[in-house]
Write a protein that binds this ligand. Structure first.
Ligand code: FES
Ligand code: FES
Length: 147
């Protein structure tokens, strides 16, 4: 049995020793956490663990015992704001990468003060996008950081 606090709600749940956090979170109903590569390469499954962005496909649930987790369901206002900028700038095309990009961008805003374009690109390098070429996403993220 482990205890996870997800978006402020406390869950106690049984997990298998080899279960990864994405599976536990989705089983608990946090369907915003999306499955992509499952090999720590695409960034789609990003959540915040004690305010740090992590890849939930590559963390054993047992290691999250006692931690605080944020998913997109827990940052609706920030996601709505960022999503609006992404749509306005053409940074959301097929939308596949968007949940992970949003979580990592929200983590970055909390962590970095006035980052340069290079620092933003470095922070978000784990979030792959096949559609946007990243330029329109960067414009949207700049707008979001300035709010
Ligand atoms: S699903 Fe976790 S990094 Fe791709
Ligand atoms: S918008 Fe399609 S993968 Fe990023």
């Amino acid at each position: 049995m482990i205890t996870l606090t997800v978006n402020g709600k406390v869950h106690q749940t049984e997990v298998d020793t080899n279960e990864v956090l994405i599976d536990t979170l989705r089983r608990l109903g946090y369907k915003s956490v999306k499955r992509g590569c499952e090999t720590a390469n695409c960034g789609l499954c990003t959540v915040l663990l004690d305010d740090k962005a992590i890849l939930s496909c590559s963390l054993l649930s047992l290691r999250a015992d006692g931690k605080h987790i944020l998913t997109l369901e827990g940052v609706r206002e920030e996601a709505k704001l960022l999503g609006g900028f992404l749509a306005e700038q053409g940074g959301e095309q097929c939308g596949y990468c968007t949940p992970g990009l949003m979580m990592n961008t929200i983590a970055m805003k909390r962590e970095l003060v006035d980052p340069t374009d290079e620092e933003i690109a470095h922070y978000l390098m784990g979030n792959l996008c096949r559609c946007s070429g990243y330029v329109s996403q960067l414009r949207a993220i700049r707008q979001y950081l300035e709010v």
